[in-house]
Design a protein around this ligand. Structure first.
Ligand code: GLV
Ligand code: MN
Ligand code: MN
Length: 416
């Protein structure tokens, strides 16, 4: 039998159609999770699934999927191999992050269906809810992985109001979110194609990156609390300026990472000054802090170093400090079985490959304790991501989708 291949034009048409939802007109998209544009994109996705006669599924976390049943289908014995990614984007993000993995997963299922390939397990192409964390982060996959807890939903990192509004728009409930855990015995694995979001593949001139591990991520909201005063009449000595403390901490975080944590990164992505005025000494500043590390040891030590420094800077500027822990995703190794399936698929297709650690978070992290998970990356031109500058050559997208298809066939154990 000739080797199966994905249909490049059909996948391209899907990719371009999806990029229209929330298009910013400069190559970017605005599709925050459960926004109107995101929900419209998901209605479109459902149409594509149903148009080709595949079964559409949605769970209590809003995860959307196409389901291809094995002829062996028997509940609860027949396992399911998941493939997928996410259709939500960061604010003013790129059109490849997540979207490529979703259209490729859909295309993999379509190719198998139209060629009447009957596998000994089910295949499910999944669009996970809120991977990007404009609401909670890895929300849909954490729900499936069974580590979403009611308390995580009480203080979502995007704020409780945005979360409630998203749920209402999508017709979802917290109760529903907390009831979609899948048992390990039902899952055969999870595979994802994604853009690299860095420039290691381009620099090394390799076609495919095989992910060996995903970094751990921790997030905090830190509130430096000072006192509002007249910015013209209060002497510099008498001020309790929350802006100074927050800024000093931000600069110190950079120094700490550069000096002592060479494999880690830290980011202050947002600072909210209150009351916020030219002529008012800032009374409080809320700092959104996130940091990442490839090992548990490093993330624990960096956590300690950053929080101690925040306390020190608060003291130095005579400020109060409120520390709100928002969550941790541990560093996650990818399964050897999945890495081998990807490497064999690359070799069979004549594509060069290299191992890579992912500095970005991905849904695979949430499922690794349940089943073998694996990811591949395709080259990002200029390494750009979370920006409208995000770009991957179409031939690389097609290569990635073909590797995904061949690896899925390997992981699904062949025909029924
Ligand atoms: C997701 O893209 C993340 O790593 O923040
Ligand atoms: Mn992504
Ligand atoms: Mn992303």
């Amino acid at each position: 039998m000739t080797k199966l291949s994905i249909n490049s034009e059909r996948m391209r048409a899907d990719f371009d159609a999806l990029a229209q939802f929330g298009s910013t007109g400069d190559g970017g998209v605005q599709r925050p999770s459960l926004s109107e544009t995101h929900l419209a994109a998901r209605r479109w996705l459902r149409e594509q699934i149903e148009k080709v006669g595949m079964e559409f599924r949605i769970d209590g976390a809003g995860n959307h999927s196409a389901f291809l049943k094995s002829p062996n289908y028997q509940l609860p014995i027949t396992k399911t191999l998941l493939v997928g990614s996410h259709t939500d984007s960061v604010p003013y993000g790129g059109r490849f992050d997540g979207a490529l993995g979703v259209v490729a997963a859909l295309e993999v299922l379509r190719v198998l269906k139209e060629n009447n390939i009957e596998l000994s397990m089910n295949l499910e192409a999944m669009d996970f809810t809120d991977e990007e964390g404009t609401l909670v982060g890895l929300l849909g996959s954490s729900a499936v992985g069974g580590h979403l807890r009611a308390e995580h939903l009480q203080k979502p990192r995007g704020g409780r109001d945005a979360f409630e509004a998203g749920l209402a728009r999508a017709g979802l409930t917290e109760q529903g979110m907390l009831s979609v855990e899948r048992p390990a015995r039902s899952l055969a694995g999870y595979l994802e194609l994604h853009i690299e979001q860095g420039n290691r593949l381009i620099n090394a001139q390799k076609n495919i990156g095989i992910v060996t591990a995903i970094v751990g991520i921790m997030a905090y909201r830190l509130k430096f609390i000072g006192r509002a005063d007249h910015a013209g009449t209060t002497s510099m000595q008498d001020r309790r300026d929350a802006g100074q403390g927050a800024s000093a901490f931000t600069l110190a975080a950079r120094e700490i990472v550069l000096k002592d944590f060479p494999r880690c990164v830290a980011n202050v992505g947002k600072m909210e000054f209150a009351p916020g005025g030219f002529n008012i000494v800032p009374a409080s500043v809320v700092v959104s802090l996130e940091f990442r590390a490839p090992s548990d040891d490093e993330i624990v030590q960096l956590d300690h170093a950053l929080i101690e420094r925040a306390k020190l800077e608060a003291e130095r500027f005579n400020l109060g400090l409120e520390i709100e822990f928002l969550g941790k995703h541990s560093p996650t190794p990818m399964s050897q079985v999945a890495q081998k399936a990807f490497a064999d698929a690359c070799d069979e297709l004549g594509l060069s490959h290299m191992p890579l650690v992912s500095g970005a978070g991905h849904d695979a992290q949430s499922l690794a304790h349940l089943c073998p998970v694996g990811m591949i990356f395709v080259p990002s031109v200029n390494g750009a991501s979370h920006s409208p500058r995000e770009f991957t050559e179409w031939c690389d997208c097609v290569n990635g989708a073909n590797v995904l298809l061949q690896a899925a066939l390997r992981m699904a154990g062949g025909a029924a």
